[in-house]
Design a protein around this ligand. Structure first.
Ligand SMILES: Nc1ncnc2c1ncn2[C@@H]1O[C@H](COP(=O)(O)OP(=O)(O)OP(=O)(O)O)[C@@H](O)[C@H]1O
Length: 238
């Protein structure tokens, strides 16, 4: 259905004054799988995603999607669906109107709004003002916005924030389905215990550097959870 959109990060580096937010970061993300982009608060995940989306200029290195930088993609906003924060809504606008505004901006048919609402399970709340949505519903609306352009690449920052266990199980099903359609799905999270329920592969960061990458099953092969695996790795790296 979708052309292969592999993500290639090569030597990506960003400093903010004396803070080395991201240092010589190199990894790949394959389409067709859900990949967790993991690490504690401040480890450089969001900065990496912002460089990937052309929102922050790197000091060094490159981030390429299907061989091109974000700004060189023919249709960047329809190639990469991104949900970076859950609070970016006009509070007086209904969920449906919010999506209609974005659909117009992307040049996608209005019918796609109803599809995105249905995919994220918020059709029944679509007539209500987004300002009154719960955190979990805002997450769903944010995800619906990212899905509007039917993008082959999805980048989600902390999508489980505000979701209850049922919501996390639902998200897991949706992300698996989207990846099963051949999309690249990258999910950033600092909550390892939640992330490990969602992902096939992991890219683990610590203090701006790559700590580990590979299939989740390989990292947790000893029957230990991802948190314990992370602590074991950081113990070794300390
Ligand atoms: N615009 C900025 N100016 C100065 N420092 C920044 C800026 N953006 C990020 N940083 C710093 O860069 C480091 C990495 O931050 P980043 O937000 O990328 O981490 P993160 O892994 O996404 O964390 P979290 O899980 O809390 O979102 C932190 O030390 C942060 O304070």
């Amino acid at each position: 259905m979708h052309p292969p959109h592999r993500l290639e990060i090569r030597g990506l580096t960003k400093r903010f004054g004396k803070v080395e937010a991201v240092t010589d970061l190199t990894f790949d993300v394959e389409p067709g799988r859900v990949t967790g982009f993991l690490g504690p608060n401040g480890s450089g995940k969001t900065t990496t995603l912002r460089m990937l989306l052309g929102l922050v200029a790197p000091d060094g290195g490159t981030a390429r999607i299907g061989g091109r930088r974000y700004r060189d993609l023919p249709e960047p906003a329809r190639t990469v669906g991104a949900a970076l924060e859950a609070s970016n809504f006009h509070p007086a606008r209904t969920g449906r109107d919010h999506l209609r505004v974005y659909a117009d901006m992307l040049g996608v048919p209005t019918a796609r709004v109803e599809e995105a609402l249905a995919l994220t399970g918020i059709t029944d709340a679509a007539h209500r003002r987004a300002g009154g949505y719960s955190t979990g519903m805002r997450q769903r609306l944010n995800l619906a916005t990212a899905l509007l352009g039917d993008p082959p690449v999805l980048v989600l920052d902390e999508p489980t924030n505000g979701l209850d266990p049922e919501g996390i199980a639902w998200l897991r099903g949706l992300l698996r389905r989207l990846a099963g359609e051949g999309r690249m799905v990258l999910v950033a999270s600092h909550v390892l215990s939640e992330a490990e329920r969602l992902v096939d592969d992991v890219v683990v960061m610590r203090r701006g550097r790559l700590l580990a990458t590979g299939p989740l099953a390989a990292l947790t092969a000893d029957g230990i959870g991802l948190e314990a695996a992370f602590l074991r790795l950081t113990g070794a790296a300390a």
